[in-house]
Design a protein around this ligand. Structure first.
Ligand SMILES: Nc1ncnc2c1ncn2[C@@H]1O[C@H](COP(=O)(O)OP(=O)(O)OP(=O)(O)O)[C@@H](O)[C@H]1O
Ligand SMILES: O=P(O)(O)OC[C@@]1(O)O[C@H](CO)[C@@H](O)[C@@H]1O
Length: 312
């Protein structure tokens, strides 16, 4: 069983336009509403592939109720912690070719008692869990060390912890010894203070996070695939998509597939890449199920070319 935690979930509204023109009235092509937030998406992807999972979210105001109802209607096991602030809405504007502009609200501020209630909910859900997966940005008022607190609670108890976050929350969590972190290229650059220009730079930066405390580092590189650095070494791979529809949530699908695939080595990386590519072929932040996932397009390299340049 995998339990995800999303402190800053959202209602994700995705709007398709022919062209995004600033300052104009734009007639849209279509709109859809999905439950959102990174941990929520990881759970949705796991559920779609019949992997046992639960999700802990904060929920406030009418949009919080709506988010909870949407998730429950989808069959997800949800523990919603009531909070005084209102659950946010994030907007994604998609142009032809899958070009995405995203507007993410900061989210409702959380108080210490509300954070304690979340921790309590995670503790209850995690009784039968193999993994606690903490994902997404921190809403206002939440200390940068919150994911580190989760690591310190669960890792010594033998429950593995994965963290996918950005900003100062990521390096703080790394110091607390998570089993896995999943930065994208920008998040990795921010955590180590330098940009990666070649695949070898990504590997070096991932090794640095391992030295600081993370057990394994899975770096997502968008269309360039992903790199895994863990106790078994370095593996890289990709799964090309010719007509991307929406990359929103692709990182969450990658992480879900990686965990479902055993969370270690080339097999897990291949599973993650297959799920990530499948998410990119689907509209909005739809999460892929077995019918969407193709393993035949995945290439995994156990001795990757570390000199391979990455796009600027
Ligand atoms: N254009 C693409 N073509 C093929 N695969 C892609 C593409 N974009 C993303 N992917 C797949 O999805 C994974 C995650 O992408 P990315 O690095 O953009 O994650 P992310 O920034 O965490 O995304 P998000 O925060 O929206 O979930 C990549 O590792 C890759 O496997
Ligand atoms: O603002 P955060 O927490 O960094 O990201 C939130 C978000 O962009 O991430 C998901 C896609 O990964 C979306 O469902 C959601 O809107």
């Amino acid at each position: 069983m995998i339990v995800t935690v999303t402190l800053n979930p959202s209602l994700d509204r995705t709007i398709e336009v022919d062209e995004l023109t600033r300052g104009a009235v734009i007639r849209t092509r279509s709109a859809r509403l999905d439950p959102g937030g990174k941990g929520v998406n990881v759970s949705r992807a796991l559920l779609a592939n019949r992997v046992a999972c639960g999700t802990v979210i904060t929920a406030g105001g009418p949009d919080g109720d709506r988010l909870q109802r949407l998730l429950e209607a989808g069959g997800l096991r949800v523990r919603a912690v009531p909070v005084a602030g209102h659950t946010r809405s994030n907007i994604t504007i998609v142009e032809p070719g899958g070009v995405v502009t995203k507007l993410n609200e900061p989210g409702a501020a959380l108080t210490r008692p509300e954070l304690d209630a979340v921790a309590e909910a995670v503790l209850t859900e995690a009784e039968t869990a193999g993994w606690v997966v903490a994902c997404g940005s921190l809403p206002p008022g939440v200390p940068d060390g919150i994911y580190a607190e989760l690591c310190r609670t669960f890792v010594p108890a033998g429950i593995r912890v994965a963290v996918d976050s950005s900003g100062p929350a990521l390096p703080a969590a790394v110091e607390a010894g998570p089993d896995l972190v999943k930065p994208n290229r920008e998040e990795l650059a921010e955590a180590v203070g330098r940009r990666a220009e070649r695949l070898g730079d990504v590997v070096e930066a991932a090794q640095e996070l391992r030295k600081r405390g993370a057990r394994a580092v899975l770096v997502s590189l968008g269309a360039d695939g992903a790199v895994l650095v863990d106790d078994d070494g370095v593996v890289a791979g990709e799964a090309p998509v010719t007509r991307p529809k929406s990359t929103v949530g692709a990182g969450d699908a990658l992480l879900a597939g990686f965990l479902a695939g055993g969370a270690r080595g080339p097999r897990a990386l291949a599973e993650g890449l297959a799920w990530g590519a499948a998410a990119v072929r689907l509209p909005a932040s739809r999460m892929p199920g077995p019918a969407d996932i193709r393993h035949d397009i995945v290439h995994v390299y156990e001795h990757p070319d570390l000199n391979r340049p990455l796009p600027p």
